[in-house]
Design a protein around this ligand. Sequence first.
Ligand SMILES: Nc1nc2c(c(=O)[nH]1)N[C@H]1C(S)=C(S)[C@@H](COP(=O)(O)O)O[C@H]1N2
Ligand SMILES: [Mo]
Length: 201
Amino acid sequence: MTRGFRSPQRDRRAASWLPPGQYDVGGNWPVLSAEVTPRLTTDDWTLTVDGLVGQPRTWSWDDLHLEERSEYRGDIHCVTTWSKAGTSFGGVSVDVLLAAVEPQDAATHVLASCVTGYTTNLPLSHVVGGQAWVVWTYDGKALTREHGGPLRLLVPHLYFWKSAKWLSRLTLMDHDQPGFWEQRGYHDLGDPWREQRYQGD
Ligand SMILES: Nc1nc2c(c(=O)[nH]1)N[C@H]1C(S)=C(S)[C@@H](COP(=O)(O)O)O[C@H]1N2
Ligand SMILES: [Mo]
């Protein structure tokens, strides 16, 4: 082994796909919800993207299915220390939604809001460039209610609390506004590779 020729980054990844402090939950997919699971129908469900945009837009379930599809295949990481390898989710890239609404130059952050009132905040720079999706399938099947069906946000490079279930709105803002867990002591960004679990990490 010519260790000296390998970068520290490659060594870490070769050692494990797990971010620091995480364990492999295996075939399970735990459910973590602060709210009672809502019973939603796709008939009256809508997704709105508004705030600092040229043209706010609301998609019905059918409208959203006309947009270009994409898929995420990879790992997810919950702050409670479980990680799940090789998940696959299908939906639409947040890039597609943003292109439709034309974000204003002043927009720096996004607040994701759910039908239930749960919220989470994200820097705009972390939801563009193929880093975030709105998804309605898991493993090719409709996302179950407990896991956020009919539709959830997916931001897999951050801890999974950023992936808001039962998503109904993305609001672009010119400032950061802490969401449900962020107001309760969780980290503002939540990068698992930097182990940003709590404020001050
Ligand atoms: N609306 C809503 N979204 C949510 C949560 C929640 O409580 N409510 N929990 C978050 C947390 S902490 C995690 S780990 C994931 C859990 O998703 P899962 O239940 O599908 O595993 O959803 C995130 N999105
Ligand atoms: Mo979580």
